[in-house]
Write a protein that binds this ligand. Structure first.
Ligand code: NAP
Length: 493
């Protein structure tokens, strides 16, 4: 069995605690992947000290040269795509086609970042005074704390780490306890590509490691993806300590199917949206809002198809749905099934642990569909993060939009309709960071901004061009070459 280490101050090191946690395959818990460090605040303190030195070196490196290293990272990911996807599925369970997509998102993000090194645009604008120059430009900020969840073990760290590095920051990275192996490999790849060692620090460990990063006075900015509960705590600390903070948190995303929808297309969308990644996506479709004219027909089509999904090891051919990531997640799903029943919703499919044969060795749960779910009920309002879909019947598009918006979260939404007017109304009216027309709630592309409104986020976006604003500070320069004192707002008015 391999014992892994954290990467601190340019070396692979054991944790100060001497403690390790086992990392097991959620599809078959007999399969032990390795032992990973359970670090604590002492490891974080060493990592931040080193990252400060890394920052001094890295911020002086021209942005295009920083981009060249990220291009090499992309090249290595291309070469190792299949191998990395396989180890990701082994540690978190989603089918291999999905982990390949996860790696591809990292590749896309690397190549986007590489070219951004030759942009990082500022603005040059006319001054209101004669013989005076006015411009804005970008500066690196400092040590960036990066804290990530388990469900996109490669893509989410790359969404944060690559732009952070491109902008000239150094990074202290804490991956989720459930996916340390992917974090380890990502750091290996960054080093292989030529990143100076002190620019990246990897501290494995439980939530206390994340907490120590957030509370460290020399960590200038924090980028977090995870639950709204953890994000709220981080937000309090960062507010008190005046830190720049990007939060990407929970979702309760809905797909709306209207009477004029292409039902076959919507069916493919809902199966992928609700049960892909076993429902453990921030953008997973956990609510299906269906207009009354097609409700009964569509629900029947859906239940028939969902009942035929193949559960199993994501590394085996033919698997549609993998396990939940751990036993606590499966128990949480069970709790919500009980809540749904108590609230009077109709269990139309699933509702149980999936057992039999190899499924007995993993954290499997049947794809589950509740119908007659009431808007406002807990089942309809709270994030479950598992393969549980709630169906809500509505009379028209206006009611569908109201139900969509009447939750605390606001990440993504989707509408199936052939009516172009309704499509554009939806884009305007739905309170989400992303709305898809005739596609499921899943499907973000690396070169567009990604994020949500309300309790999903705090106003920042990942991906695309906007994330570079988060990871850099705008500075303004004025150059007065008139040779005289020119007073803005006074001398020319
Ligand atoms: P989580 O429990 O909040 O964990 C996220 C990360 O925070 C993990 O690395 C975790 O470490 C760490 N952490 C735990 N306690 C902490 C603390 N007190 N201070 C600092 N860090 C701490 O979330 P998860 O269960 O991994 O992921 C599922 C959640 O992520 C869902 O709510 C989902 O919607 C959300 N998510 C959102 C997006 C988005 O872009 N909006 C994308 C993906 C996922 P440990 O693993 O060691 O506990």
């Amino acid at each position: 069995m391999t014992t892994y280490k954290s990467f601190i101050a340019g070396e692979w090191v054991e944790p100060s605690t001497g403690e390790y946690a086992e990392n097991r395959n959620p599809a078959d818990t007999r399969d032990l992947i390795g032992r990973f460090p359970r670090g604590d605040v002492r490891d974080v303190n060493r990592a931040v000290e080193s990252a400060k030195k890394g920052f001094a070196l890295w911020k002086a490196t021209p942005a295009p040269a920083r981009g060249d290293i990220l291009r090499r990272v992309g090249d290595i990911l291309v070469r190792r795509k299949d191998e990395v996807a396989d180890l990701m599925t082994r540690e978190m369970g989603k089918p291999i086609a999905e982990t390949k997509g996860d790696v591809q998102e990292g590749i896309d993000t690397a190549y986007y970042a590489a070219t951004e090194g030759r942009r990082l645009f500022g603005h040059t604008v006319p001054s209101e005074l004669r013989n005076k120059w006015a411009m804005s430009f970008r500066r690196p900020i400092g040590v960036a704390g990066i804290i990530t969840p388990f469900n996109f073990p490669l893509a989410i760290p790359t969404w944060k780490i690559f732009p952070a590095l491109l902008c000239g920051n150094s990074v202290v990275f804490k991956p989720a306890t459930d996916v340390p192996h992917t974090g380890h490999v990502l750091v290996e790849i960054l080093l292989e590509a030529g990143l100076p060692p002190e620019v990246i620090q990897l501290v494995h460990g439980p939530g206390r490691v994340g907490d120590a990063i957030v509370n460290h006075p020399d960590v200038a900015l924090v980028s977090f993806t995870g639950s709204t509960e953890t994000g709220s705590k981080i937000g309090e600390t960062c507010g008190r300590m005046h830190k720049r903070l990007s939060l990407e948190m929970g979702g309760k995303n809905a797909m709306i199917v209207l009477n004029d929808a292409d039902l076959d297309l919507a069916l493919e969308g809902i199966l992928w949206g609700a049960f892909g990644t076993t429902g453990q996506r921030c953008t997973a479709t956990s609510r299906l809002i269906v207009q009354d004219g097609v409700h009964d027909t569509f629900v029947k089509m859906l239940v028939d198809r969902a009942a035929k999904l193949t559960l199993g090891d994501g590394r085996k051919k033919g698997t549609d749905v993998g396990p939940l990531v751990n036993e606590a997640s499966r128990e949480n799903v069970e709790r919500y099934v009980a809540i749904g029943k108590d609230e009077g919703a109709t269990l139309a499919l699933g509702g149980q642990r999936a057992t039999g044969g190899n499924l007995d060795n993993g954290f499997f749960f049947q794809p589950t569909i509740f119908t007659n779910v009431k808007a406002g009920s807990r089942l309809e309002q709270e994030e479950i993060f598992g393969p549980v879909l709630s169906v809500i019947k509505v009379k028209d598009a206006a009611e569908a939009f109201t139900v969509n918006n009447d939750v605390a979260y606001g990440l993504s939404s989707s509408v199936y309709t052939r009516d172009v007017n309704v499509s554009f109304q939806a884009l305007q009216v739905l309170d989400n960071g992303i709305t898809y027309i005739n596609a499921p709630t899943i499907g973000a592309e690396a070169h567009l901004p990604f994020g949500g409104v309300k309790a999903t986020g705090n106003g920042h976006r990942e991906g695309g061009w906007e994330v570079y604003e988060f990871f850099s500070e705008t500075k303004v320069g004025y150059v007065d070459y008139s040779g005289a004192l020119q007073r803005a707002q006074i001398d020319n008015y």
